[in-house]
Design a protein around this ligand. Structure first.
Ligand code: GLN
Length: 538
């Protein structure tokens, strides 16, 4: 029997090649529906077997996005938050690993009553349960479900089978299938080619899914005839082939979709009655991304600098903060190991601000410490995030506090001055996945500090992902030599932020502010850091 459904379900799949921007497409659809007054959320289903990306190397998976409730998730959840301005939770990302884990745990408990446990129906049912759970938990008008990977992948098949069945569980009128494909331009022929799209849709059809809407990624404008050809061969209505041409900024994508009436088509097909769309705030921020009035250079000193996906949220937070300051933030990527050898004069003399991001392990640490010292001594605005803040404390202890070889116990043993140390609650933990200090925690802010100037609040909440902390045994010593501890966690009395007094803007934070920056709500610390960099340039 078909279940009664308040929620409409929009499935987003991808074909032809990976990296077409399914996450951005899903987030853009989410934004358009939200701006029409609907309650929306997004669920990412990832076909890989890890329980979550938390234990994967940034070189494999890019950034790990941490949710309010402390889940380590796929970086697409960051795009969802930045676009639809809704906090994602643990339930908004499920991997094959989690699905199998749940099913196998049930099997061990005897819950299948001696039955043979199979991909269909047990795995597919569990996938559908998770989709229903998100929709019901948040009482949504519309839930967008993005399927990771590319149609035809072996590991993605149970997900595709589940969403095929879904239509018959909730009724045809409550489901919509959006397929993202690629229309390549063949330079030698001077033509856009539709065949890969036709093949990709055939693939989907073989698996029992007829897409309702095709979003075609392309470098060049797709001529009307080519769109009609795609529509004809793929059984979709003419108006339902939406062009998604490369844009100078991802934040333009929803505006383009709206120009092509994608939100009208979706609402029409799903029978959604909504109010008029309001994109004015969004357009305002996009305007300054595309036509900034000033430029400023920020140096990012890290060890994964070849892999920009590892710092996704930081990059995006700078785009938001840049727009808020009507400026373009040009990021200069500086390899901390190279910096250690070439020296800061060589590599940092051009920048107007220095950021040391989060990270793990001792590789490149000495280079990061040189960058902190250079920023401190030359009055260059400095922002240290997580490991970056820990580096700022180590540098200060060594070079101002006279604590020779002060360090973190993450990088060295038998230290005379372990100014950064493993948190007490972490000392007994042996298991790897999901065991760090994760998720949102409160931070009490000292009045009169840069932190207070940015947030204009006494208590804030930010997300964390770390095992080490400022060693509380050194609080007095560090304060005595002038370090300002501007924010503390009220429950555990942990040092969450540090600052310098005689410096234009020098802030280190143990949390990850970049995770909460959204285009229409740029993060206050990034905003002020960029402002300080603009002033420094002047
Ligand atoms: N490696 C440090 C810790 O575990 C910093 C972590 C981070 O930057 N996310 O505390």
């Amino acid at each position: 029997m078909v279940k009664k459904s308040k929620t409409k379900y929009i499935f987003v799949t991808g074909g032809v090649v990976s990296a077409l921007g399914k996450g951005i497409a899903a987030a853009s659809i989410g934004l358009l529906l939200k701006q029409r007054g609907l309650k929306v959320s997004i669920l990412k289903l990832d076909p890989y077997l890890n329980l979550d990306p938390g234990t994967m190397s940034p070189t494999q998976h890019g950034e790990v996005f941490v949710t309010e409730d402390g889940a380590e998730t796929d970086l697409d959840l960051g795009h969802y938050e930045r676009f639809i301005d809704v906090n994602m939770m643990k339930m908004n990302n499920a991997t094959s690993g989690q699905i199998y884990d749940t099913v196998l745990t049930k099997e061990r408990k005897g819950e299948y009553l001696g039955g043979t446990v199979q991909v269909v129906p047990h795995i597919t049912n569990e996938i559908k349960e998770r989709i229903f759970f998100v929709a019901n938990e948040s009482n949504l008008d519309a839930l967008i479900i993005e399927i990771g990977g590319t149609v035809g992948d072996i590991e993605g098949l149970p997900f595709i089978e589940s969403i095929r069945q879904f239509k018959y569980d909730v009724g045809v009128q409550n489901t919509l299938y959006v397929h993202l494909t690629y229309v390549p331009y063949i330079a030698a022929a001077g033509e856009l080619k539709t065949k890969p799209t036709q093949h990709s849709v055939k693939n989907l059809l073989e698996l029992g899914i007829q897409p309702d809407i095709l979003i075609a990624r392309t470098e060049k404008t797709i001529p009307k005839e080519a769109k009609e050809k795609i529509a004809l061969f793929c059984n979709v209505e003419k108006g339902c082939v939406i062009e998604a041409k490369d844009q100078s900024t991802i934040y333009q994508v929803p505006l383009e979709f709206h120009n092509y009436k994608l939100d009208d088509i979706i609402c029409d097909k799903l029978g959604l009655e909504t109010k008029e769309i309001n994109l004015s705030a969004w357009e305002q921020y996009v305007k300054y991304i595309k036509t900034p009035v000033d430029r400023v250079k920020i140096g990012i000193v890290g060890k994964y600098i070849g892999l920009k996906d590892s710092y996704k949220s930081i990059i995006e937070a700078f785009i938001h903060a840049g727009s808020a300051n009507k400026s373009k933030v040009e990021l200069v990527w500086i390899n901390s190991e190279e910096l250690e050898h070439s020296g800061p004069d060589e590599m940092l003399s051009e920048v107007h601000g220095i950021l040391v991001p989060g990270g793990f392990g001792d590789r490149g640490i000495e280079g990061k410490l040189l960058a902190v010292k250079y920023a401190r001594e030359n009055d260059i605005p400095f922002f240290g995030i997580c490991l970056g803040m820990q580096c700022a404390v180590i540098e200060y202890a060594r070079n101002v506090g006279g604590m020779k070889n002060a360090n973190s116990t993450e990088f060295a043993r038998k230290l005379k001055y372990p100014v950064i140390d493993l948190m007490a609650e972490q000392k007994k933990i042996k298991k790897k996945g999901g065991t760090m200090r994760l998720g949102a925690f409160d931070c009490q802010i000292e009045k009169g500090t840069n932190l207070y100037k940015a947030y204009k609040k006494d208590v804030i909440s930010e997300r964390h992902r770390h095992r080490f902390e400022v060693n509380n045994d050194y609080i007095n010593t560090l304060e005595d030599c002038g370090l300002i501890l501007s924010g503390k966690n009220p429950e555990l009395n942990l040092v969450e932020t540090i600052e310098l007094a005689d410096h234009p803007w020098f802030v280190g934070v143990q949390f990850h502010p970049e995770l909460k920056s959204r285009l229409t709500k740029p993060h206050p610390l990034f905003k002020d850091f960029v402002k300080a960099a603009i002033n420094f340039k002047k």
